[in-house]
Design a protein around this ligand. Structure first.
Ligand code: ZN
Length: 677
């Protein structure tokens, strides 16, 4: 296969911008080099994309028990609306529907707060009143009145299902979270007791308990409803299996065939041992170009961090850019041996970190429309230790973000001076990419726990501290001459671009994502503020001439980050990395909680207000996500596939409505076709 360069934009006129509403911008991403793949590879990507899209309903239902019913009802109203589409109520209704599509349900994908509709309840009731009974997504035996009695408060009462994931450790996080991973009436204590009984003490290879099940209470008894073909989400899982089986038929090699078979067996049985076996085979396959994730994977949607949200990434290797990640991963031991942490916390032998840059071909489930730019899987600790992990940087998504941001005025507003802006223009793209590589492929995998330390010892702070550790590792080595020696950077000053952006983001600009008066909650945001504030405080008067290493400087009444001593800043990053690794290795809950409470949570209200005000003059959305390309098989007279065509014809609304129409195995039966208004 011919390979794509880091900036292989096929079409300079590619239109990245798709839609803009509320706090969201929707983009499209290009799939460079798809046309140059072999027919078999294209077929495989097509089948895997079908398998990916067939899971869409699962994440909607996991996110909240009314989401699927509500989506159908909202879409019916939208399609059948015969009034003025420019009226205030309809515009507000459309905005709400777009938000619900983006959140895969009624909660914000990031803050997990419930959306607030800006149309009236009267408008909603009137529009539902105009729909025939046969158009309504009624549950079996449900009347129109019963449906409305349930759904109206779900939409309009802010206190009902207020937050999808509540992480306030002073409350029952299960009972107060609105997600559908736990049935009605189940408490945190009951879930914890249920799994504590199931876990075997000192099991060196534990399965990921609770990963693929909803926990419910039946006649006072706690039990699991497994996600499997003859269980919960069966119709969607059956479709996923059908397309995975097709993909298996065009797999690139036997190793890939073997892990697809395991994945199918796991979807059939729900057996988590099989999922572990699949994960091991998948992590060890580094030969295939086409690759994918499809399953219940990340557990951020569960306040207890156990149940996996359904997601899929379908992708193929970007060979040119993978030279970069391979240079890093093949030197993993070099980096580990020199990491600025206590030697007893270092890994004596780093286990197979495989790393590659990929081109995303389809995003689905929890990875759509909002997506990550880097992934490192599997998540199971013992599998990572014994069999290694696969780390990827999603190149074409990173590129789409960068291309879509050009000329948006952000740097002019927030970067302190012209030389610093030039530094960012020249080096931020490449150092950002390297930061993701280092974070995913070395950061998360570095270090070791002391013997006997419980991997869950840091509890609700685990995610934040782990992200901080990986970011610090990446930042520390971004400034290392080793990167020049490996040919990954061509200028020893380049790292300063990422350092500046990191401090500006952690101290200031990320606050744009938070509503005035609120604290920082999300794990990645907490981690960034923790690092930035810690460095700010510990660098006071430590630079040459008694200056601060980093300061918040005033210019023309506005606040800017000013870095006076980059070399010293790197030293501080090394110091904090050492402390983070100690907390993780020793399982020091109190140490971790203290540092989070001191640096990661609280916001300076004056600065917060200033940041939001300055953003408001720019019209830069706080959140972005993507729609997917469309893949169309070309067949000959015998019905054989001769090619797969890729195109980008849709806008956001068109894509969402098509997905609901063609990829909704869990809702198919409940809406009959209806020609009446
Ligand atoms: Zn991470």
């Amino acid at each position: 296969m011919a390979s794509a360069g880091a900036n292989a934009v096929e079409n300079k006129n590619f239109n990245y911008h798709v839609d803009r509403f509320a706090d969201i911008e929707v983009l499209r991403y290009e799939v460079p080099e798809f046309k140059n793949l072999t027919l078999n590879q294209k077929k495989m990507l097509y089948y895997l994309s079908q398998a990916a899209q067939m899971g869409r309903d699962i994440i909607w239902d996991q996110n909240g028990r009314y989401n699927l019913q509500l989506r159908q009802l909202l879409e019916k109203i939208y399609l059948k609306y015969d009034g003025d589409r420019n009226s205030k109520d309809f515009k507000a209704f459309e905005k709400y529907l777009k938000q619900v599509w983006f959140g895969n349900g009624i909660h914000h994908h990031y803050s997990t707060d419930k959306f607030r509709p800006e149309f009236s309840q009267a408008f909603f009731e009137e529009r539902v009143g105009k729909l025939h009974n046969c158009c309504l997504p009624l549950n079996p035996g449900q009347t129109r009145e019963q449906m409305m009695a349930e759904l109206v408060p779900v939409i309009f009462d802010p206190s009902v299902m207020a937050k999808r994931v509540n992480q306030d450790g002073t409350q029952d996080v299960v009972a107060t979270s609105a997600n559908n991973l736990y049935g009605p009436g189940v408490t945190q204590a009951e879930v914890e007791e249920f799994y504590a009984k199931m876990k075997k003490p000192n099991d060196p290879t534990p399965v990921s308990y609770g990963l693929n099940a909803r926990v419910v209470k039946e006649n006072g008894e706690i039990k699991e409803q497994k996600y499997k073909v003859n269980g919960l989400y069966g119709p969607a899982i059956a479709e996923i299996i059908y397309w995975l089986d097709k993909a298996k038929g065009v797999a690139e090699n036997d190793a890939q065939k073997a892990y697809i078979t395991k994945l199918i067996d796991y979807y059939i049985t729900g057996d988590l041992r099989l999922f572990d076996e699949y994960s091991i085979l998948w992590a060890e396959d580094t030969k295939s170009d086409v690759d994918f994730v499809n399953g219940f994977i990340e557990s951020y949607g569960d306040p207890l961090g156990m149940t996996g949200s359904w997601e899929s990434y379908v992708n193929f290797k970007n060979k040119k850019s993978s030279e970069r990640t391979e240079a890093i991963s093949s030197n993993a031991q070099w980096f580990e041996d020199r990491s600025p942490v206590d030697p007893k916390f270092r890994k004596p032998k780093v286990k197979g970190v495989s790393a590659k840059a990929i081109t995303a071909a389809m995003l689905a489930g929890d990875a759509f429309p909002s997506t990550a730019i880097g992934i490192n899987l599997p998540n199971s600790n013992w599998i990572r230790a014994a069999h290694g992990s696969k780390s990827v940087t999603i190149e074409n998504i990173t590129e789409a973000y960068a291309m879509a941001s050009q000329g948006n005025g952000f740097n002019e507003e927030f970067v302190i001076d012209a030389p610093t802006r030039k530094l960012l223009d020249d080096y931020l793209y490449v150092t950002d990419m390297l930061h993701t590589d280092l974070h995913e492929c070395l950061g998360h995998g570095s270090g070791q726990l002391l013997p006997g330390v419980d991997p869950d010892a840091l509890k609700e702070n685990g995610s934040t501290l782990e992200e901080a550790r990986a970011d610090l590792f990446a930042l520390y080595y971004l400034a290392d001459p080793k990167l020049i020696e490996l040919g990954l950077l061509d200028n020893p000053e380049a790292y300063k671009a990422e350092y500046y952006k990191y401090m500006m983001n952690g101290l200031m600009t990320q606050l744009n994502r938070i509503e005035l008066g609120n604290d920082v909650e999300e794990a990645h945001m907490r981690n960034r503020q923790l690092i930035a504030k810690w460095v700010l405080e510990h660098g006071k008067k430590k630079a040459k001439g008694g200056k601060d290493v980093v300061e918040l400087a005033k210019k023309g009444g506005k606040t800017y980050v000013k870095i006076n001593d980059y070399a010293k800043m790197r030293e501080l990053i090394g110091n904090l990395l050492a402390e983070m690794q100690r907390i993780k290795s020793e399982g020091d809950y109190k140490g971790g909680n203290d540092i989070i409470q001191k640096y990661a949570v609280k916001v300076d209200p004056k600065l917060h207000k200033e940041v939001i005000q300055r953003f408001s003059t720019l019209d830069i959305p706080p959140y972005r996500g993507f729609i997917n390309p469309v893949y169309t098989p070309v067949t000959d007279n015998a019905g054989e596939i001769t090619d797969i065509e890729i195109s980008y014809p849709e806008n956001y609304v068109e894509q969402m409505l098509r997905l609901s129409r063609d990829y909704s195995p869990l809702t198919k039966k409940s809406t009959k076709s209806c020609s009446a208004k």
